[in-house]
Design a protein around this ligand. Sequence first.
Ligand code: AMP
Length: 442
Amino acid sequence: MNPKKDKAKRGDTSRFIQAPKGMHDLLASEEPYWERIESVARDIVRFFNFSKIDTPILEYADLFRKTTGEGTDIVEKEMYVLKTKGGDLLALRPEFTPSICRAYLQHSLSRLGQPQKLYYFGPVFRHDRPQLGRYRQFTQLGFDILGGMNDPIHDAQSILILTCLLEEVGIKNISLKINSIGCRVCRPIYKKQLLNYFKNKEGELCADCVNRLKTNPLSLLDCKNESCVNIRTEAPNFLDKLCTTCSSHFKSVLEYLDELKISYALDHQLVRGLDYYNRTVFEVFIEGEGGGVGAVGGGGRYDYLMEALGGHLTPAVGWSCGVERIVSVMKAQNVKLPMKFVKRVYLMHAGDSAKKKALGLIRDLWAEGIPVSESLAKGSLRAQLKSADKEGVALALILGQKEIYENSVILRNMRTGLQENFPLDRIVVEIKKRWRELGNTR
Ligand code: AMP
């Protein structure tokens, strides 16, 4: 046996079954970032009076075909579709917006008051080519405003919430791109002009774009292929072709953003690739450090989506962010997470008779709602202290021979090292008092 080789073999985990390509485990070291993002999102939910909604991870595949669109990459190439034993075609949701609208119609949410302001957080699936910031399972969080008036102030409010979230989690150098892609009146006219423009250059387009000429001409503006990007530099500008209603809607959105001092760049080639958007569309990128992941969030108005599902014309606007991308930017920008005060004690024991009593004390603390960490199988007090330090707890309890005899326990302040003895029947009150004091000095 060669111990060196054996060790190397132990370090090499590739011989074990791996997580599917483009899908990742979320380990404890990542958790603080996720907790921070969710906690900021929850604060925003409370502040702006949104409600949380959860929808099934599986939906009828038709839901996305009718809304996200047949000709889109998401539906055509990236959707995970499965046939159930009963013969239904279900899809792992590739995004949330269609599910939110389906739920809005299914449960007549409009009756609960308008607009409905909904928040979601959960996994989505796209069978894309994995690369930096692009996964096959990732997590989206989003805020949508559904129903009520078609008022540009909701577009601006939606963008305000997006910037509040990103700034509050500590992200800097946010760059907002915005565009309007018109309505049923002006879009067909623009599409025709766009088609004429690209038809003349059909020979130079990539195969996907040649197909897009038939299925979804607007998405020609979304192609990442270098030659297609070059071809479209001279493409007609939608902002020049908007009808008066769309133009005035867009102008108002920009005025609200100016009022909020949210800076933006007009990008007349931003179309967002999905079928259901109309009027305002926007995306948020990060400049400099962390920006390599691509857009961290994007959204827009989708007034026609409910109609596509058989409902009435319903004004709606919202966005979604990729949580993995936000985490990646936070790490790249070295965002410091707020120090969390851990409300948990560490129980140590010294000697066999203390070990015997330890589980009973844990049961008593459980009944009092005091979370406990321990390393019961470790004999040495020094090793237990080391583990307690590593966990970052503020308080520890030490049970020794003498304490058992006296029906007491030592309370140790892990930050100062100060140790005091308390009768067991007073310890819970004392721990809660210390937590209050420590919480206030954070
Ligand atoms: P979309 O629904 O494509 O507009 O995406 C909304 C947000 O989800 C994007 O701005 C990204 O932050 C994130 N996102 C989209 N696709 C992926 C992916 N494949 N992997 C990770 N995050 C993604």
